[in-house]
Write a protein that binds this ligand. Structure first.
Ligand code: HAM
Length: 422
């Protein structure tokens, strides 16, 4: 029996890679315009980094990590997210001496052992951004605006909603959890089984539950914004003022809590209603204190990650896959010898050219030209070789004309330039 891919892990097929390239290019263009530089990080790290970074009590660390012992006996984990590894590199390479904020981004696969469903995979990809060492609320607003610029560039902004919140500092959160538990405990019987367990382990996550029976209880829960210290309240007010100044629309959603423990103050998510339960396309927030907990300087930080599979799903099937510009059709061996270097010259000039290899009849090759969706076909047999001119056929109009072999590559290049084709 043939071996299949692992559950929750998928191949990105050639029919989809055009869209992936477009999404990744938009991310790079947007981030670099804001001064972010790319960093490439390892796919696995010491398990302890994630336990300390993401939090022992989070679902990610408790249930979702791909952890293994390597042959040297070290406990390693495939990265479930990029922030912890990026901060590890920031500390290890002494980035803190650079002018602040240090702006870094990274793109690549992450691994979480979650139950696979549409939009949720066990290997998935993120574009991840971090701005390090600058506590000013203007950075929060700018990071959020940049995230929305990325979606705007892909024409998706109108279909997405930006939710922002502040979960305050650690002490604010402790105060809030007491208030939340006071409210939730009497309603415990009305909550789903999972939430009843969360009451003990991680009560904030109750606010994030999607189960319908929990919604009436969640809707009436006290707002975390009422538990913030004056400083945290001020910080959040400033973030909102700057977002307003940037003309960036948003909704304040006090129930927005995130699945990772390192956040303080600003948190945000970009949501869609188009992907069923997997409604978060991107999420992030501030994590002052985390760099220090990982053994580094007391630098602040804020960032986000975009779920690239979900972005690609939103783009739908409307994208034209990349296709060659021309098919060169030699009819016989002598013609193949004449057209091989023509194809090479066209390709060297950046024109995507396909070549037949002389073994098929003309009607079959023209059928192939149609299937490939090329703009032009070049046809050459013994007669053309004798006359020194190949036939150049426009596949759209069916018009044909003759072009000398010597001028052929140049003609294809100038046609492709005119067309703006690859
Ligand atoms: P996160 O919310 O865990 O945040 O993930 C960010 C995004 O990754 C999600 O909104 C979602 O689009 C995508 N995602 C997460 N899990 C899956 C999955 N199993 N399959 C497909 N897509 C998924 C973080 O990872 C933080 N490190 C973000 C951050 C950076 N915060 C500060 N800096």
């Amino acid at each position: 029996m043939a071996i299949k891919a692992v559950r929750g892990v998928r191949d990105i097929l050639p029919s989809e890679t055009g869209k992936w390239q477009r999404v990744e290019a938009a991310a790079r263009r947007t981030f670099e315009a804001y001064g972010y530089r790319e960093i490439r990080l390892p796919l696995f790290e010491r398990t302890e980094l994630f336990a300390r970074g993401i939090g022992d009590e989070t679902d990610i660390v408790k249930k979702e990590m791909y952890t293994f012992e390597d042959r040297g006996g070290d406990s390693l984990t495939l990265r479930p997210e990029a922030t912890a590894g990026l901060l590890r590199a920031y500390i290890e390479h002494g980035f803190q001496v650079e002018p602040k904020p240090v702006r870094l981004y990274t793109v690549g696969p992450m691994f979480r052992y979650e139950r696979p469903q549409a939009g949720r995979y066990r290997q998935f990809h993120q574009a991840n951004v971090e701005a390090l060492g600058e506590p000013q609320p203007a950075v929060d607003a700018e990071v959020i605006a940049m995230l929305m610029d990325f979606f705007r560039e892909l024409g998706l902004a109108e279909r997405l909603a930006l939710h922002v919140n502040s979960i305050g500092d650690t002490a604010d959160r402790a105060t809030y959890i007491v208030r939340l538990l006071e409210y939730l405990r009497p309603h415990a019987a009305a909550l789903c089984g999972e939430c009843q367990a969360r009451l003990e382990r991680n009560p904030l996550r109750v606010l994030d539950c999607k189960v319908p029976e929990c919604q009436p209880v969640i809707e009436k829960a006290p707002s975390i914004l009422d538990s913030l210290s004056p400083e945290a309240t001020k910080h959040f007010e400033r973030v909102r003022e700057y977002l307003d100044a940037l003309g960036q629309a948003y909704t304040v959603t006090p129930r927005l809590v995130r699945g990772l423990d390192y956040y303080v103050r600003t948190t945000f998510e970009v949501l869609t209603t188009e992907l069923g339960a997997q409604n978060a396309v991107a999420g992030g927030g501030r994590y002052d204190g985390l760099i220090e907990r990982l053994g580094g300087p007391a630098d602040s930080g804020i960032g986000f990650a975009i779920g690239l599979e979900r972005v690609v799903l939103l783009l739908g099937d409307d994208d034209a896959a990349s296709r060659p510009f021309v098919l060169l059709i030699p009819l016989g061996e002598a013609a193949l010898q004449r057209l091989l270097p023509v194809a090479r010259a066209a390709r060297q000039a950046g024109v995507a050219a396909e070549l037949g290899y002389g073994g098929r009849k003309l009607p079959r090759e023209l059928e192939r030209a149609n299937k490939l969706g090329v703009d032009y076909a070049v046809i050459a047999g013994d007669n053309e070789i004798a006359s020194g001119e190949a036939v150049l056929r426009s596949m759209g109009s069916g018009e044909q004309r003759r072009v000398s072999f010597a001028a052929l590559a140049g003609e294809l290049v100038s046609l492709a330039r005119k067309d703006g084709a690859p």
